[in-house]
Write a protein of this length. Structure first.
Length: 373
């Protein structure tokens, strides 16, 4: 694949000059970051439409260097922007309190919309240095446990009661968000502790990645404190919260109401493309490096983003809009239910016409999967 084919996926870089401009000018300039990431991209989706083309999944990794490059350079770019902004607003910029909050809200949109998505891509790759870059990006949002929860729990048990981030039918986003913030750190810790126990090691063993997570997050907070004192720490934590909000909005959309069939005795059917919402909208897939081809990501988790496939409606359920628009709808639960609940019911009729009682699925009351960490 050529540089020309990779360049659309580099559109995330357009947020960098907007972040610099907002830091230097203050005022309402920060609005340009969410406006670009959410509304401009959604408008482009409307103009460019869907992209149904599927690349050759057997393309060698060596031919993807220009696609991979954007995920590799993003951590130093994001770190430079965020930490420079902390130093600038606490030392030289005469920004008021609301201006600082607005700026770091915009930076949180950048960290969540771009940084978290790139971290997700990097954590799925085999080279240790790529996974390390993913860890650094997660540490910048104080959400390092996501690596464990995503790899050991979510991908293994998506669309079952074991997976906290598989949103239940009729569950509003705000209730979901509170549940995820409470459940996921505990779930990730339990998964690592059980994995170590299977190896005959205690939870405090040095191989427990939570020690690395704590060290990286502590280093990020320490750097924010050195550069900006207590205000620097508070602003850094605020952008991290906004980034986590963005991530969990996306998680909410990706699997809302979709469940794997319970086969009895804690056994569930294999993960299929039908268990993720798919979206082939062109511009938002450029920005989110094909994350919206989520059905294929769960089918082939280690497939690099340029090679992800899209699916037709007879294989995977389709979202009416791309993630930037759908996450906005998700923040208004009645609106979300009006748009999505009929789609979930249609999905159930299409793929599981024989299931007559969806109550245990809706309430997450089916048995936990056997052998789940």
């Amino acid at each position: 694949m050529t540089l020309r084919s990779a360049l659309p996926f580099w559109m995330s870089l357009m947020l960098v000059p907007l972040a610099v401009l907002a830091t230097l000018r203050g005022g309402w300039w920060w609005v340009l970051m969410p406006a670009c990431a959410w509304y401009l991209v959604t408008a482009l989706d409307g103009v460019l439409g869907l992209n149904p083309d599927n690349p050759d999944p057997d393309t060698p990794t060596a031919q993807l260097r220009w696609h991979r490059a954007i995920t590799v350079i993003w951590f130093p770019v994001q770190a430079a922007v965020v930490f420079w902004a902390i130093w600038h607003v606490t030392h030289t910029a005469p920004l008021g309190g609301w201006e600082r909050l607005g700026l770091f809200f915009g930076l949180g949109v950048m960290s969540g919309t771009i940084g978290m998505v790139y971290a997700h891509e990097l954590l799925h790759q085999k080279p240790a240095w790529e996974r390390a870059l993913g860890d650094l990006l997660l540490a910048m949002t104080l959400y390092s446990h996501f690596r464990t929860e995503h790899l050991l729990v979510h991908h293994a048990w998506v669309a079952t009661p074991r997976d906290a981030v598989s949103a239940r039918y009729n569950e509003g986003f705000f209730r979901y968000f509170a549940r995820v913030l409470a459940d996921c750190p505990r779930s990730a810790w339990a998964a690592e502790a059980r994995l170590l126990a299977r190896l005959g090691r205690p939870w405090w063993d040095r191989r427990n990645p939570f020690w690395r997570y704590a060290a990286l997050q502590g280093a990020m907070l320490a750097l924010a404190a050195v550069l900006g004192g207590w205000q620097g720490v508070a602003l850094f934590a605020f952008q991290a919260f906004v980034a986590v909000w963005q991530l969990e909005l996306t998680n909410y959309v990706e699997h809302y109401g979709l469940t794997r069939r319970h086969l009895g005795d804690g056994r569930y059917e294999h993960v299929l493309p039908r268990h993720s919402w798919n979206a082939s909208h062109t511009a938002s897939n450029w920005l989110l490096i094909n994350l919206q081809r989520h059905s294929d990501h769960h089918y082939k988790p280690d497939r690099r983003f340029p090679l992800l496939q899209t699916y037709a409606e007879d294989q995977a359920p389709q979202l009416p809009l791309g993630y930037p628009a759908m996450t906005f709808v998700a923040m208004v639960p009645p609106w979300w239910r009006r748009r999505m609940n009929p789609r979930v019911r249609a999905w159930r009729r299409q793929f599981y016409p024989d299931v007559t009682d969806w109550g245990p699925y809706n309430r997450g009351e089916n048995p936990m999967p056997r052998r789940a960490l």
